[in-house]
Every structure is written in structure tokens, then in C-alpha cells.
Design a protein around this ligand. Structure first.
Ligand code: AMP
Length: 662
């Protein structure tokens, strides 16, 4: 066996890295270019490569001129990296492979032996899914600190909302990835300010939350990427910057109790209502949850605004109390309380956003992918304000930005930023699960994708994922200079999603089977046909609905409690992200089973055939979205049952008996 070279140039270089980089949504304070632009000797790779923008800072923040100048440089950076994406990608791959040349995965397992060129890389490295590196991830989680995937130490695991065997996937990350994420954030506001000027003159009311975290047996933190970000000094200690000036004090975002966090963020948003120029949350579901919270709790909020105090039984977290009372809720404000009350008391909540926050220019939430189901509700609450999807990202890697943020949600296209990772694209057409060498070579590079074609995204990251299938399907919608822009089409295999949960057909099938075996069989019952629906219209938060057509051989009538038990067993069988949404985040409502009349699924087939489906190939869809079909199903419901309680959920992986922190 060839010996692993002992020098770890990357670890050496890291000790020379500049101080941690910019805060959320801005690099106005950035003092140094991101790591991509440095070689392992800390020198620029090529003099011709585009430089990331540097800041101009005044003693008391940034002048308008400085902001404009900084925005200009950021936009120039985007011009530069999109003008020659192929060169940038070559450099990125070179850098990732050279710094990680000695790691076990590249050197021993796939015998790359120091090669950094695309041809050798594509020839030797397999295209993989999470399951392929699961054993490596488990080793790292259990405390193996040898360079398995990456030469830099794994700093933590980011827990993806994508699951494997019912548990969140664990994505290894390294400290410097935080800088790359910050870089992507820093592009957003300069882009936005081209379309909506003056945003630096007010605040953003963003509902941001942390989630509970745990430790792997080896002691690494395991938490969602945004929790990691909000708890980092990048976010907490960000210098003043008009683009990261939020109505929510950090303490309210970092409050581990989701009720107190939401309450205090809404209170602060209401108190600063006239300063608010934009509102948002990460995903549409989160923003709607905040409005729903307001609907339920406006009386309590108004009482605190009126008295200028915080109800000690509601807000018990000392850090939140102190931050809200010293930074926002300075005095009793009966006038504001009266106003909020009068608006919230009105029968219709249509346009509540523009009524309470009259200077709002847009709603900043992701409404692409499964989140598009929330567009009508957002339109209703915001009276049709622009819905802005600014970025596309994941726990594996942050990908890209929307350069035309005021476009319609259906037209959103994300430009992948070529410095973030090495991107490849698997054409979406039937392909065998494990790809042979020729097929591996068929993956298309960023600069070679074709307009209108659909691809599955494959990434190679600085943190040690090589040719990793993210699971998202994208369609090329156009180009920015020579860099492609992509519509987000779907996440592969996902049938149901309300919040960040992603339930696939196999999981759903298993859950239904568990419920039937546990509860219906005893009554001679079975499910002849079923389908499902993510209902975000009749309840907030939304909930899963299963339509069951039964075949019953027994003579005893099935009591309602049995169906309720079925609901709960289905929930218990779903993945931990779903159960966390039910238990901890309260972002998903109780699952419902609707029993439909005999013959309903025949009617469904007739309907599909009348719309052009082939009789021979017809299969019952395991999830329905098309309104007329949902109506057809609903018109034949004989009984409806809800899960009587929350399923079980504990933070961390089920096999870790871990210490859980908030
Ligand atoms: P996670 O790994 O839990 O952070 O989830 C990342 C996934 O969320 C991505 O792979 C996408 O499937 C989805 N996602 C992230 N950003 C967007 C977006 N802008 N539009 C649609 N889906 C998105």
C-alpha cells in the first residue's frame, strides 16, 4: 500500500486564515477574501481569479456611499464568477482534491493518489448517496478523528432534514465552511438592493429559531445548519450593519423555548412596526406559523405592549426578558396596543402584514419546491406583496442565489455560485441505481448543462463529500453570463411535506402497513387502497391526511378509537424530522385518516383516465395534489379520525444515549 503523505498542508493553512468572516446576510465587514482564492500556501491561485469584495467601514457603521460601493463590488464578484464558471470549477476541484489528497477515502479507497484533474476524478470516484458513506459517518460520529473524508478536522455534524432509515442524515462540516456560507449570505442584499432601494434605512422582521442539538458519542455537536449559524460568533457578534439589522434581538432568536422565542420576536416586531421594511422566515411554513401565533396570542401581546412589561409567566427566560426590556419595550404604549388590537379584532385577516407593518416591501421566504403550497395563504396575509426567494442551500453545502428576486415564484431560478463547491449534474432519465464507469463520466459539468434539461444535483464539497447526490432535481432555466440558472423542480421521491419534513413513498407504505398490522387486522380489516395529501389549507399548521378505502372481512364494527390508534401508529412510524415537527416545533398538526366509501379509488382511476392516463399503466398515486382529485376524495369520506396525541420523539439519533442541549 502506498503510504499516506504526512504533511497536511490544509491544516497548516488554516492556522493562517483571517479572522472569522462576515455576519448573516452581509459581508460588509468582510476583511479578507474567502478561502477559495487562496492556495495551500496562502497565495492567490491565479492572479486572474475574481476577488471577493472587501469592505469600507466607518466608525459608526457604514455610510450610504460605502454601502453602495460595497454592493457594487459584490455585484462585480457575481459578474466575475459567472463569466468563467468552468475555470472557477476547475480551481475548486483542484483545491478540494489537493488539500484532501491524503484522506482515506480518496487515497486508499479510490486510489486517486494525488490527482486533481477532472478526468481522473470522474474516472475513479463513484457517484454516491448517503448510505454509501454511512459507515464513514458513523466512525466519525463515534470519535474517529483520523482523516477519513477530509483533512481538516470535522467540527460538527449538520443534521439534514433529509433522513436515512428514519433518522436525520449527518453531514460532516469543517470550521471554514462557515465562511463559505457567510459569503453566500453576503451576496443577497446587494442583489436585492438593485430592485428595492433604501432597505438600509429600516429593519427586517425575520422569525428565526434555533432547534435542539445533541452530541455524537464521539463528542461532536449535531445540529441543524441554521442553529449552528445563529449560535456562531459570525451571527452573534456581527458588527452593526444595516442589512442585518433585525427587529429580533439575538437573545430572542437564541431562546431554546420555541414559544418564548416566537412570542418575544413578534412583540419586538410589533413594537418596531414602522421601521420594518421587509419580513420573512427561512421557509414559508415558518412565516405562516408566526402569523398563526399572532392570531392566537395577540391579546397577550397587546397587554404587554400596553403595560410596557413582559408577563413573567409567559417570558421566563432571563436573557430574553433583559434584551426585550432594555432594547425594545422601553415604555408603556397604549396607543400601539389599541392599534394592534383594532387590526387583530377585525373579522378578516386579509392583508394583516401590510396593515400591521405598513412599510413592508416584500416577504422574504422560500416558496419554491414543496413550499409553493403556501403561496395562496401568503398572498392572502400580505395582500399580494412580492414573495422573494433569495437562496438555495442545504446542510451539505450552500448552492446559489436568485439574481432576479422580484420574479414570480413560479419563475424563480437560482444561479449556483461556482466557488461554493464542485457541481456535477446527473441527467434525469432512467438510469440504473449503481452507475458504471461510462455513466459516471456522463455527469455533466456546471458549464455544460443544457437549457431546458433536468438534472439531479451532485456535489463535491470542501468538507469531504465527493460526488454526492443531493437528491434535488433542477431544470436549467437560463444563464447569467456563462453560469446556468436553475428552477428547483423537486426533491426526489418526496411525496409529503408540511414543513422541513420529507416523507417518501416507501416510508409512507411502511407506516400504513404498521398501522394496519397493529390495529386493523384484529378486526379482519385491511386497506385495499390508499393515498395521501398534505393539507395546508384547512389547518395551520398543516397536517398529513391519509385516504383509506377498507376491505373488511370481520363482522364487528371497527370503533373510532382503532382508527385513532392507526393515526398514531402511522405517526410513530414516520421519520424523526416529521416527529420533531409534531412534538417540538409544533409545525405539523395531528395526522388524519379519512375512510372513504367503497369504490372511491375506482372513481379516482376513472377520473385519471378521463384526463388521459393509460388504463394499462394506471397506478394509484400515493399522494395527491390536484384540487379536483382532492375534492373527489373528500366528497366520499365516511369518517375522519385524528391522531389523539403526539408521537414519541427525542433529540439526537435513536442509538445515541446523548446529552441533549438547547
Ligand atoms: P437541509 O439539508 O435540511 O438543509 O435541506 C436542504 C434541502 O431543502 C435542499 O436539498 C432542498 O431540497 C430544500 N431547499 C433548500 N433551499 C430550497 C429552495 N430555495 N427551494 C426549494 N427547496 C429548497
Amino acid at each position: 500500500q502506498t503510504e499516506i503523505p504526512q504533511t497536511n498542508t490544509h491544516t497548516k493553512r488554516l492556522t493562517h486564515l483571517p479572522p472569522l468572516l462576515p455576519p448573516l446576510l452581509s459581508s460588509l465587514t468582510q476583511t479578507s477574501p474567502p478561502p477559495f482564492f487562496q492556495s495551500s500556501q496562502n497565495k492567490p491561485i491565479t492572479a486572474a481569479m475574481p476577488e471577493a469584495p472587501k469592505p469600507t467601514q466607518t466608525s459608526n457603521g457604514l455610510t450610504t456611499i460605502a454601502i453602495a460601493e460595497k454592493n457594487k463590488r459584490t455585484l462585480q464578484f457575481i459578474e466575475d464568477v459567472t463569466s468563467n464558471p468552468d475555470d472557477v470549477q476547475t480551481q475548486v476541484l483542484h483545491e478540494i482534491l489537493s488539500r484532501n489528497s491524503a484522506v482515506e477515502y480518496l487515497h486508499h479507497r479510490h486510489r486517486l493518489h494525488g490527482a486533481t484533474d477532472r478526468r481522473t476524478f470522474k474516472k475513479l470516484l463513484p457517484v454516491i448517496s448517503y448510505e454509501d458513506i454511512h459507515p464513514d459517518i458513523t466512525r466519525i460520529a463515534n470519535g474517529d478523528t483520523s482523516p477519513i473524508l477530509c483533512s481538516s478536522p470535522i467540527s460538527e455534524f449538520l443534521t439534514s432534514s433529509g433522513t436515512s432509515a428514519g433518522e436525520r442524515k449527518l453531514m460532516p462540516t469543517i470550521a471554514e465552511e462557515m465562511e463559505r456560507r457567510s459569503l453566500l449570505y453576503s451576496l443577497l442584499m446587494p442583489v436585492m438592493s438593485q430592485f428595492v432601494p433604501g432597505l438600509e434605512k429600516g429593519k427586517g422582521m425575520y422569525f428565526l429559531f434555533i432547534k435542539s442539538e445533541s452530541k455524537t458519542p464521539g463528542g461532536l455537536p449535531a445540529r441543524p445548519v441554521l442553529t449552528s449559524y445563529y449560535k456562531s460568533s459570525h451571527f452573534k457578534n456581527r458588527p452593526f450593519d444595516p442589512y442585518t439589522n433585525y427587529t429580533s434581538p439575538n437573545e430572542t432568536i437564541l431562546c431554546p423555548d420555541s414559544y418564548q422565542s416566537m412570542y418575544s420576536q413578534l412583540l419586538c416586531g410589533l413594537c418596531q412596526r414602522t421601521q420594518v421594511l421587509r419580513v420573512g422566515a427561512v421557509f414559508a411554513s415558518g412565516f405562516i406559523r408566526a402569523i398563526r401565533f399572532l392570531e392566537k396570542h395577540w391579546q397577550l401581546l397587546c397587554r404587554d405592549i400596553r403595560s410596557g412589561t413582559l408577563d413573567p409567566t409567559v417570558i421566563t427566560d432571563p436573557a430574553v426578558r433583559e434584551a426585550v426590556l432594555t432594547k425594545v419595550l422601553h415604555r408603556p404604549d397604549p396607543e400601539l396596543a389599541d392599534f394592534v388590537e383594532s387590526e387583530c379584532r377585525k373579522d378578516s385577516w386579509q392583508g394583516i402584514i401590510t396593515r400591521l407593518w405598513p412599510n413592508t416591501k416584500y416577504v422574504d421566504v422560500i416558496v419554491t419546491g414543496t413550499m409553493s403550497q403556501y403561496i395562496p395563504t401568503l398572498d392572502f396575509y400580505s395582500n399580494g406583496l412580492p414573495l422573494v426567494c433569495t437562496m438555495y442551500a442545504s446542510s451539505e453545502c450552500y448552492f446559489g442565489v436568485n439574481l432576479n428576486p422580484l420574479c414570480k415564484p413560479s419563475e424563480v431560478a437560482y444561479t449556483l455560485i461556482p466557488t461554493m463547491a464542485y457541481f456535477e449534474f446527473l441527467p434525469v432519465h432512467p438510469m440504473p441505481k449503481s452507475l458504471n464507469e461510462k455513466e459516471r463520466q456522463e455527469l455533466v459539468d456546471l458549464a455544460d448543462v443544457k437549457l431546458g434539461h433536468e438534472y439531479e444535483l451532485v456535489v463535491t464539497t470542501y468538507a469531504g463529500l465527493y460526488r454526492y447526490r443531493v437528491g434535488d432535481v433542477l431544470r436549467v432555466a437560463g444563464f447569467k453570463n456563462r453560469a446556468p440558472q436553475f428552477n428547483f423542480i423537486c426533491r426526489k421521491n418526496v411525496v409529503l411535506s408540511i414543513d422541513s419534513d420529507k416523507t417518501d413513498e416507501v416510508e409512507l407504505q411502511g407506516a400504513v402497513k404498521n398501522a394496519v398490522d397493529a390495529h386493523l387486522v384484529a378486526f379482519g380489516g385491511s386497506v385495499a387502497e390508499y393515498t395521501s395529501y398534505a393539507d395546508t389549507k384547512t389547518t395551520i399548521p398543516g397536517h398529513y391526511v391519509l385516504y383509506w378505502e377498507l376491505s373488511v372481512k370481520g363482522t364487528t364494527a371497527i370503533p373510532p378509537s382503532v382508527y385513532e390508534d392507526c393515526c398514531l401508529t402511522v405517526e410513530e412510524s414516520l421519520n424523526s424530522v416529521y416527529r420533531q415537527g409534531r412534538v417540538s416545533d409544533k409545525s405539523i398538526g395531528p395526522l388524519e385518516i379519512k375512510i372513504v366509501e367503497q369504490g372511491t379509488f375506482d372513481k379516482l382511476m376513472d377520473y385519471a383516465i378521463s384526463l388521459g392516463a393509460s388504463i394499462n399503466q394506471y397506478k394509484t398515486p400515493r399522494c395527491v395534489k390536484f384540487e379536483p382529485i382532492v375534492e373527489l376524495l373528500n366528497s366520499r369520506v365516511e369518517g375522519s379520525y385524528f391522531s389523539p396525541k403526539c408521537p414519541k420523539w427525542v433529540p439526537g439519533h435513536k442509538q445515541w444515549s446523548n446529552n441533549v442541549k438547547n
